[in-house]
Design a protein around this ligand. Sequence first.
Ligand SMILES: [Zn+2]
Ligand SMILES: [Zn+2]
Length: 236
Amino acid sequence: MQRQKGACLICGEPLVYLKQAEMMKCSFCGKEEPSYAKCGAGHYVCDECHARQGIESIMRYCAAAAGRDPIAMLTDMMNDPYIHMHGPEHHTMVGAALMTAYRNAGGDIDLTACLAEMKKRGARCPGGSCGFWGCCGAAVSAGMCMSIITGTTPLSGKTWGTANITTARALEAIGRIGGPRCCKRDSFTAVIEAAKLIKAELGTALDMPPRVTCAFSAENKQCLGKNCPYFQGKTE
Ligand SMILES: [Zn+2]
Ligand SMILES: [Zn+2]
């Protein structure tokens, strides 16, 4: 399912939903496969191309971003029509937002190289790892970011510990809220925990909003509603 319902990603024409699957040709790669949705002008984008476009959107956004608030960056990227409500693109997005905010807040890194590495590593963490591995990809993405910005390898000392602690803190916070999974909630939580460690361990303060509020609740059939810490309208 695409986030931007009812509009073609190629031309903006309304989408047409069919009762029976038809063979469609992907407007990007030319692959033909059965699908239930196309636009009025006949455009169709296959899942693989949709995912690749999503990752490209993340990379393009971060390369140009000047902000220091990783939550605001996440929200911007989540609004991109190529980013699904849930999906493994969040495993790249979390770390990309963090390292971009870190560089913009004064962190001494080669952002272009770090983003390229984040793209490679994030792609290796599959969708559903939260439920199937007991290890949410948003938390792993935060750990990958800490590893990348500190140049950590398996042979590193202190930063080896910090990278593992980053994943652990994010995972703990994500686990305590409980399921079902929400890639928005888990991404916000991972970023909040990682930002604390970036400040404590690397001495760089990212801009964080006083309260994180989610704009995607209506699109998530499994939203925890008032039991989610980021649900808008929560009174506390
Ligand atoms: Zn179209
Ligand atoms: Zn395609």
